[in-house]
Design a protein. Structure first.
Length: 344
């Protein structure tokens, strides 16, 4: 099982300069490369400092100039926000800039906050249908020349300019329900999954959905599957407790962003009250301590060995968490020093 890093710029304080966040992201990605991580992943989000990445190709192209080996992935671009020609071209250019190191992750998106602002009237179902039209169109544009007459986009014969350096640029689909797994496998795409804070039963269930999709398409070579999970290594029981509390706050805020009911000022949502957090018992410190990968090295190794045994090809450390850069860096370095050797 290979390891990767899922990282964004994030802030909850407008006094923190965006340039400083940019430099911190670069430092974490370079630490991951030096440790032998497979990929650094950056997603797409708009109008929210909770996760800052209006165009992940910009950050990935910057990292391409600062690194030499680590693969660089979009985790993920949001399908309904892209025209197929634009996505095919920008992804190919990033592949050229990175000397053939791009992985293109695509998702339908998750936040109604973003749908309302970029595609008014959009819902998750409509976003998913656009993703299913977008993915094969992008692949055909890379092959070129291709004319498209679809439900959401139409254009005359076009080819991607430039073309990707890689003969087969890896495409990953963020999947949860069985139909998404089936679509990914049928279209020769790798699969990204996350249980969020639902625990190991969901981790196992996601793998079963993937295996079912693979079995349903024996004509397609088995793609890869990546598990994305918040993971933090601590050096003491006290730090485990602090991380559990901090991740509880993070997930409560995530839930509030998802519900899209609280006011946003300068791209930041105010901290939740104790009463609001208590109304989300599924994100309590006790729940996230159990369901996320938080612990001292031996505990983390044991959890990850279980995921490896299930058949996951890649495990991605989701490091966004609302904690300071120094604590993220400490956890990542503890992971590299004490956990990774168990998987050498």
């Amino acid at each position: 099982m290979k390891f990767s890093l899922f990282v964004h710029m994030e802030r909850s304080d407008t006094s923190k300069p965006h340039r400083e966040l940019f430099e911190e992201l670069e430092e974490l990605a370079c630490i991951a490369e030096n440790a032998g991580f497979e990929t650094a992943w950056i997603g797409e989000h708009h109008g929210m400092d909770f996760t800052i990445a209006p165009n992940p190709f910009i950050q990935l192209a910057h990292l391409a100039a600062r690194t030499s080996r680590i693969r660089l992935g979009t985790g993920n671009v949001v399908a309904p926000f892209w025209h197929p020609i634009k996505l095919a071209g920008e992804a190919a250019m990033t592949d050229v800039a990175s000397n053939g190191r791009l992985d293109l992750g695509i998702a339908r998106g998750a936040y109604m906050f973003e749908y309302e602002r970029l595609v008014p009237g959009m819902d998750a179902m409509g976003a998913g249908l656009r993703m299913r039209e977008l993915v094969p169109a992008v692949k055909k544009l890379w092959a070129g020349d291709y004319a498209h007459q679809g439900e959401y986009w139409s254009f005359p014969s076009t080819t991607s300019s430039p073309k990707p350096m890689q003969a087969e640029l890896p495409v990953w689909i963020a999947a949860r329900d069985p139909n998404s797994h089936d679509f990914a496998v049928a279209n020769g795409c790798n699969v990204q999954v996350t249980p969020l804070a639902s625990g190991d039963a969901e981790v196992a269930s996601l793998m079963e959905r993937f295996k079912t999709a693979v079995a349903n398409h024996p004509e397609v070579p088995r793609p890869k599957i990546m598990l994305l999970q918040h993971t933090f290594v601590a050096d003491s029981p006290d730090e485990v407790e602090r991380l559990s509390n901090d991740l509880s706050h993070f997930y409560c805020l995530f839930g509030a962003w998802f519900l899209n009911k609280r006011a946003i000022h300068q791209a930041i949502m105010a901290p939740l009250s104790a009463e609001e957090r208590a109304a989300m018992p599924h994100y309590s410190p006790q729940a996230v301590r159990k369901n996320l990968v938080i612990g001292e090295p031996a505990e983390v190794i044991a959890r990850l060995k279980g995921y490896e045994a299930l058949g996951y090809d890649q495990f991605s450390i989701w490091i966004d968490s609302g904690i300071s850069h120094s604590r993220k860096k400490k956890s990542l370095e503890l992971f590299i020093r004490h956990v990774m050797p168990a998987f050498a």
